[in-house]
Design a protein. Sequence first.
Length: 63
Amino acid sequence: MNWADFGAALALVLVLEGLIPFLSPRGYRNMVQQMAQMPEQMLRNVGLVLIIVGLLLLYLVRG
């Protein structure tokens, strides 16, 4: 992996993260409020699942 790949991946993450509040600001606000009420352990579990799914997708795409 080189720095250009890292920069492209970071840029893509920012684009994808920005799509949700851009397309549905009200839904995004509701989602954030619901997440604020979730227990920390549940948020950690969601984060872990997202990391694992992301790594699996990266493995499948980059081989």
